[in-house]
Design a protein around this ligand. Sequence first.
Ligand code: PRX
Length: 646
Amino acid sequence: MSYPYQIKSFEEYQQAYKRSVQDPEGFWGDVAENFTWRKKWDKVLEWNFKEPKVEWFKGGKLNITENCIDRHLETMGEKPAIIWEPNNPEERTRTVTYNRLHKRVCQVAQMLKNNGVKKGDRVCIYMGMVPELAYAILGCARIGAIHSVIFGGFSAQSIADRLEDANAEFIITCDGAYRGEKVIPLKNVIDDALIGNKTVKKVIVYTRTRTPVSMIKGRDIWWEDEMEFAEHQVEKEGKVFFEAEAMDAEDPLFILYTSGSTGKPKGVVHSSGGYMVWTNYTFVNVFQYQQGQIHFCTADIGWITGHSYIVYGPLSAGGTSLMFEGIPTYPSCSRFFDIVDKYKVNILYTAPTAIRSLIGFGDEPYKNNDLSSLQILGTVGEPINEEAWHWYDEHIGKKKCPIVDTWWQTETGGVLISNLAGITPAKPSWATLPLPGVQPILVDEKGEAITKKDEQGLLKGNLCIKAPWPSILRTTYGDHERCRTNYFATYENLYFTSDGALKDENGFYRITGRVDDVLNVSGHRIGTAEVENAINMHAGVVESAVVGYPHDIKGQGIYAYVIIDGKHAADDEQTRKNILQTVTRVIGPIAKPDKIQFVKGLPKTRSGKIMRRILRKIAEGETQNLGDTTTLLDPNVVDEIKNGKL
Ligand code: PRX
């Protein structure tokens, strides 16, 4: 497979960028010609950010799985699509060829059909990182069902909320999942999530860990049995066939829940056509993917990175995607690099938090590794500090691998700002230049473009995007108004990212972090309001306020200020443990506060608003310049909080 739209020089990047802005329809129409469409589009782009309404390739019909699988079969049927490395390196690995992937995806599609799943139905997927998760996703896409993958670290309560919001009727899960030394009993979590649920009709359970599970007759069914039955249906005269549903380019492909500044996560909805074009285009260009290379993205498919750069991007490009079930430190801290050597990985894409956690082991993670297969490195999910960048460059890339710092979001579907590996320049801890089709702008609080440089000659402001790219979110599930107010109402005619950024004299961007009440903990997005809601579920909590603070490994840590009632305050340690347990139950272990400080009061304005700015500063270790505290209802609480800082 060749990629005629792969940019091969800085000049080509400049030309592509220019054309994408001057003639977006011509530019993206040409790129889209490289895909398999059942019917070509009538119009490349129609949009307004007011409603918002964005339509790419309108009138076009396609199925993304034909682009990810079927079109590769003739020439690459026996080439590996997915290489799977289990949690335990002693266990047998699996190589899934495109032919095999085709068969499995057809079987899943048939299995779903046999169980009453139709186009447009929502299927919730709660599985560990097994190849069956990729089959499940693609099986949904093949029949036009909307998948909603939930990360295995979320609790029963989080799942219950998401099931309800999506009105999901079907679930695909595993008995359990391996994560390092732990076994997570996924099916048991699903059982808890389903208490009181009225919409879910079927739960399909894949056996991974042999964790004991209870099966409810009529509702719960085994993946293995269903797949075997489906196998006979899709196989005829030695050929495998399951007709893919022809989807409108704008039909939803999936929902993925993500945190915002309110207490309730939003179901970000991505389209079929635009998402396909963008994930493929960015995969091929950012990583400069070459046929036959092995791409190892260490993310979990429960997050957008896994959707776009383990599944849809690499597979639509006929690539080989390495899928890893475990964690970076099990059985040892060289795990990522052992995998690199074992499979001769060419592209390694990971998160700064993983890099930082490995730095702490000295040369242990890489000292016995060859790493000579590596050609390109990437990072995603949070700003990368210079120390981590240089460690990655020197010890992993041996100073010969370009590093791409890819900035993007669940809502953007794929990378928006990044250098192109080896093609456009890198700058440590800068995401650098926008991809073709991406028009960033930095604005002030009022939405005016920033034009005045600071003392270092940089522009600094809130990062917005002026026009749609093909994989911009289309809505938030079931609540379009929420999509409008969250992303398109802060500034007129702009998509607001909620990130702050700097821009240098070369037009490079550096993302400085969220400017809303969303934390980025180990590259995971968590709303402070969500954590507060969870803490407040504890019977002894009167009120709480959560802020982020700099954390050496996680990027940001969670700092909670908690007012406790008279009955519980006596036993701080126990109360602390109970609060942590409550948060784990309500959201999941990823949202557990790193620090809980018990306080008697919170700094509030006379109108009752918590002054988070002050709390943030104290959590960051600032004691002097707390800003104006005269408007506080009771300025004394600030001293008390300062004195009790953990
Ligand atoms: O703050 C930015 C940060 O992660 C946020 C998006 O989180 P999420 O939707 O979970 O997606 C993560 C994976 C794409 C952004 O608003 N972020 C992501 N990538 C970078 C980043 N911050 C700095 N540099 C990056 N490369």
